[in-house]
Design a binder for this molecule. Structure first.
Ligand code: PLP
Length: 313
């Protein structure tokens, strides 16, 4: 969908919670050459990048980052005049973020036009879309504002689109795209879906029979109306399985309903449909991001990046 633009990959937050090291390896094998993390700690956690791969650090360089940044092959994405002054003296290559309306990070289009970036060795000039997941007039305004900078800096390439931006079409792709969510099975815009990537599994610790009239768990929010076979499973909100999924989540492809609250380390599933399921058995937890987000109100991004360290990946 990136057309003739190179397709990079956002692998910040440990590859959206899925394990950045293996994701970088895999995507590099698929031809990706441009990877984006948020912090210099994330650079260190990745280890040496695959041959030919470039790594960019979206938060740029704070004063305290300079030693790590200068010692690294990764490039900072410079976000402010202060960061530009800090980096210029190194003579090293960098990326630059231009703010075209997000009002989060970046230097202004006017500052660029006034020569703020002169003397920098810029690999990629970037901007970021605020409303790409919606049909907003802001998308075209940001695109046009960014496009006006073509040829005005030393940048070798220009990059605007995240996942939703890629889905807006070829005009938004420029030279390099920066999808994250879409690579990990998210749906960045209504009607644009990708195959599921993350398939959480958890293990049964105990099977029990709950009598009619008995409740399960904190708050006793589930009360059995008939004798019910229940599996207690080693998954909870401390693993990123959100409490908002209480009484809503399912497992086993819809066969097992979640009964009562999601607690820190445990959930209870109705397993009448599976008489032989017992201690030690693994259960596939239903984790279609679009569907889960719709029923729980938790964003697809949070559902991924929250997946905790107790999961083996
Ligand atoms: C996180 C991020 C991306 C990727 O966004 P998705 O919506 O996950 O595709 C791209 N660019 C920047 C600057 C980001 O911070």
């Amino acid at each position: 969908m990136s057309g003739s633009a190179a397709c990079g990959a956002a692998v910040k937050a440990d590859g959206y919670g899925l394990g950045a090291r293996r994701i970088v390896e895999r995507l590099a094998a698929e031809g990706a050459r441009d990877f984006f993390v948020a912090t210099w700690d994330e650079v260190a956690g990745l280890g040496p990048p695959p041959a030919g791969a470039a790594l960019s650090v979206l938060h740029g360089v704070r004063h305290d980052d300079m030693a790590a940044a200068v010692a690294s092959r990764a490039r900072p994405v410079l976000n402010s005049a202060a960061q530009i002054i800090r980096w210029r003296g190194t003579g090293r290559p960098c990326d630059v973020m231009v703010d075209t309306g997000m009002n989060r990070l970046g230097v202004s289009v006017d500052e660029v036009a006034d020569g703020l970036l002169d003397g920098l060795a810029i690999e990629t000039l970037m901007s970021h879309l605020a409303c790409a997941d919606e049909d907003s007039a802001m998308n075209e305004r940001q695109r046009a504002s960014f496009a006006s900078l073509r040829g005005r800096t030393s940048a070798r390439r220009m990059s605007l689109a995240n996942s939703a931006g890629v889905a807006l079409g070829a005009d938004y792709a420029f030279d390099l795209t920066r999808p994250g969510l879409a690579l990990y099975g998210g749906s960045p815009r209504a009607g644009v879906a990708f195959a599921q990537v993350a398939w959480p599994e958890a293990q049964v610790i105990q099977r029990r029979r709950v009598a009619a009239g008995d409740s399960i768990g904190y708050g006793a929010t589930f009360v059995a109306t008939a004798p019910t076979e229940v599996a207690i499973v080693n998954l909870g909100y401390a693993d990123g399985y959100r409490r908002a999924l209480s009484s809503l989540g399912t497992a086993g492809g819809g066969r097992f309903a979640l009964l009562g609250r999601v607690t820190m380390d445990l959930i209870a599933l109705s397993v009448d449909a599976e008489p032989t399921l017992g201690e030690g058995d693994w259960i596939a937890i239903d984790y279609d991001l679009t569907e889960l987000s719709a029923i729980s109100g938790v964003s697809q991004y949070e559902l991924l990046t929250g997946l905790g360290n107790r999961f083996e990946r």
